[in-house]
Write a protein that binds this ligand. Structure first.
Ligand SMILES: NC(=O)c1ccc[n+]([C@@H]2O[C@H](COP(=O)([O-])OP(=O)(O)OC[C@H]3O[C@@H](n4cnc5c(N)ncnc54)[C@H](O)[C@@H]3O)[C@@H](O)[C@H]2O)c1
Length: 349
């Protein structure tokens, strides 16, 4: 890895995986002052050539190995398909490169734990892309809840319809079998965003067996103890058309998501004080969330700054160790097998 630039000077950034998310991140990275794009990588020649790095003279590579060799990046952003994330991120971390990894950082909690351990061994920063945390609407909602004294309850619904995804044929079976990890994580991750650390989980699952439903169709619910004394409630159905929602309650205040989370509704009792937003306030997107894929500007900037300064990214960042906790929580809620396979199934160490 090239030696890190002095604090404040742009980092040499490589981007691996130039599909939908890779293109969204490139739009941000092109404009971030903390970033100097030096290389992109994708096995698809069309994706490599189409990648728009702006004015930056980038090398265009077939994979992350070629990228490391040809561009010597300080950090790498990884946006490869879910099934490839673990191996690619593990290679980069073993090479001593800080990585940003799009969610989910692996399909299994044990994979995310391995990646977190590799980052710790290498002594490098990591970040997992859970961009809802960086929506202006959710940051403002979180700030308002904290101003009222913190969350007493956080309820998150992450209903998915994997049968529809299976029918579309765009994802391999192993990803669809864990679709709540692959997609539901966007909403389930918000339990810890609003509620903080968790201390115990009590989950029940009803596995629906029917020839007309997806093989893994489940109705799951979990009560989660929050370390602040509050209560988390997670609800996940995978047997019918889905949708993501949350509701957070604090002292006299209620925050309710709108569909898509780009806005959220605030209700509160009168007389709570000047620091509490007025009843009826709607928290919405800011200019960054309108110009770029929402959340990405603040999120990518936070990661690059954390590498520049050699410090963990501040709240609401999720690094690999934090993401491993969320992954474990999802496995508990859904009753997924959390057994790590024999050692030789992991990338060689
Ligand atoms: N944060 C979000 O809102 C959000 C939304 C969608 C997807 N995602 C995540 O982003 C990641 C990428 O998803 P996508 O929708 O962009 O997928 P995509 O299929 O559009 O793009 C993936 C790209 O990676 C390339 N690729 C495959 N294997 C590779 C390898 N080993 N090295 C380099 N490139 C490789 C493919 O050729 C393709 O161009 C996934 O982890 C997904 O879960 C996040």
């Amino acid at each position: 890895m090239a030696s890190l630039r002095a604090v404040g000077t742009p980092l040499r950034v490589g981007v691996v995986g130039l599909g939908k998310m890779g293109r969204y991140h490139l739009q941000v990275l092109r404009d971030l002052p903390e970033c100097r794009l030096v290389g992109v990588a994708d096995p698809s020649p069309a994706a490599r050539e189409a990648a728009d790095a702006g004015q930056a003279p980038v090398v265009r590579c077939r994979d992350h190995w070629e990228l490391l060799d040809a561009a010597r990046p300080d950090v790498v952003f990884v946006h490869v398909p879910v099934v490839a994330v673990y191996a690619v991120a593990a290679d980069l971390l073993r090479a001593g490169v800080p990585v940003f990894v799009e969610k989910p950082a692996g399909l299994f909690a044990w994979q995310t734990q391995h990646l977190a351990a590799l980052a710790a061994t290498a002594g490098v920063r990591s970040m997992v892309g859970v961009n809802r945390r960086y929506y202006a609407s959710l940051l403002a909602g979180h700030q308002a809840i904290e101003a009222a004294g913190g969350a007493h309850s956080v309820t998150v619904e992450a209903h998915e319809d994997p049968a529809l995804v299976r029918a579309a044929g765009s994802f391999p079976a192993e990803v669809i079998d864990r679709w709540v990890v692959a997609n539901g994580v966007h909403a389930l991750d918000l339990l810890r965003f609003f509620g903080g650390s968790t201390c115990h989980v009590s989950a029940v699952q009803h596995h629906v067996v029917s020839p007309t439903l997806d093989p893994g169709a489940t109705c799951a619910a979990a009560l989660v103890g929050l370390a602040n004394g509050g209560v988390g409630r997670l609800l996940v159905d995978t047997c019918a058309p889905g949708g993501h929602r949350f509701e957070v309650r604090g002292h006299g205040v209620t925050l309710t998501s709108d569909p898509g989370f780009l806005s959220a509704q605030w209700r509160c009792r009168p007389g709570l004080g000047a620091r509490i937003p007025a009843d009826g306030t709607v928290f919405g997107p800011d200019a960054y969330d309108q110009r770029y894929k929402p959340g990405l500007w603040r999120q990518d900037q936070a990661f690059l700054r954390s590498v520049q300064h050699g410090q963990p990214a501040p709240f609401p960042a999720s690094d690999l160790a934090d993401a491993a906790v969320t992954m474990g929580l999802i496995e508990q809620v859904c009753g997924y097998d959390d057994t790590e396979p024999p050692r030789d199934a992991a990338p060689p160490g």
